[in-house]
Design a protein around this ligand. Structure first.
Ligand code: 8X3
Length: 259
């Protein structure tokens, strides 16, 4: 039988790229999807993954992805990882255009891709016994924080999509999973959130002992999908030990209190 095949969105950097690498290490066929062709090409050369350039906020690109995949057979897992935060201003002061972009990529793109690829996942479930739809949300989808605004709202909505989907797909051999990371030190998440302000992005992680990296989240994603077919990790929440909540981050050394 052919290898299992997984589609990973947001594959050009961070958690997505790390997930592509780890699935390839585990012997999966991987299709990495993102907007940036140069980065995808480098990832393809490095890992042997297939890549597909698409802006998942455009239905025509999503349709193109579906047609491309359908021409070469079923898929066995989908990782909806594309997403991001734009700005950290208050609800009062933030730019509605940033909110729109966050809803477009964190919520509506998940709906677009999931709808488009479900028929291929159903085919894949017949071969593998199960197929997976794993969406990367955030602890920002579970806990509101000041400045979270549109990102909180979008990730709460993405989490709702996951919950609805699990109910609607019950009865089919399809697992619906959510991985909700906290603070992950990637090259781009905070840089994008703060519109290229490197100093501000760096300050998010300053003196945080042992932050999480993209590879840590990739481990959780691949592990969840490789569990036996009857096991569904509905929700995996992952934070560094130094983070108790989005707004509660310890800086400096972690040490036991003297009793
Ligand atoms: C990123 C986690 O805590 O910055 O999704 O919202 S947080």
């Amino acid at each position: 039988m052919a290898n299992n095949r997984v589609v990973v969105t947001g594959a050009s950097s961070g958690i997505g790229a790390a997930t592509v690498r780890l699935f390839r290490d585990h012997g999966w066929d991987v299709v990495g999807v993102a907007r940036r062709q140069d980065r995808l090409r480098a990832l393809a050369e490095e890992t042997g993954a297939e890549v597909f350039v698409a802006d998942l906020t455009r239905q025509s690109d999503v349709d193109g992805l579906r047609d491309y995949l359908a021409a070469s057979g079923p898929i066995h897992a989908l990782v909806n990882n594309a997403g991001g935060a734009f700005g950290m201003a208050s609800v009062e002061d933030s730019d509605p255009d940033d909110w729109q972009r966050m809803f477009d990529i964190n919520v509506i793109a998940v709906k677009r891709v999931t709808s488009a690829l479900l028929p291929l996942l159903r085919q894949g479930s017949l071969e593998r016994g199960v197929a997976d739809i794993l969406t990367v949300t955030s602890i920002a989808g579970h806990i509101a924080y000041e400045g979270g605004g549109g990102y909180n709202a979008a990730k709460f909505a993405a989490r709702a999509v996951v919950g609805v989907l699990r109910l609607e797909l019950a009865g089919e051999p399809l697992r619906v999973l959510e991985v909700a990371p906290g603070m992950v030190k990637t090259d781009e998440f905070s840089l994008v959130r703060f519109d290229g302000d490197q100093a501000r992005a760096d300050s998010v992680y300053r003196d945080v002992p042992n932050p999480l990296y993209a590879e840590d989240i990739a481990e959780a994603i691949v592990h969840s999908i490789e569990l036996p077919n009857h096991v569904n990790l509905d929700l995996v929440t992952i934070k560094p030990v130094a983070q108790a909540a989005p707004h509660k981050v310890i800086r400096g050394e972690l040490k036991p209190r003297s009793s």
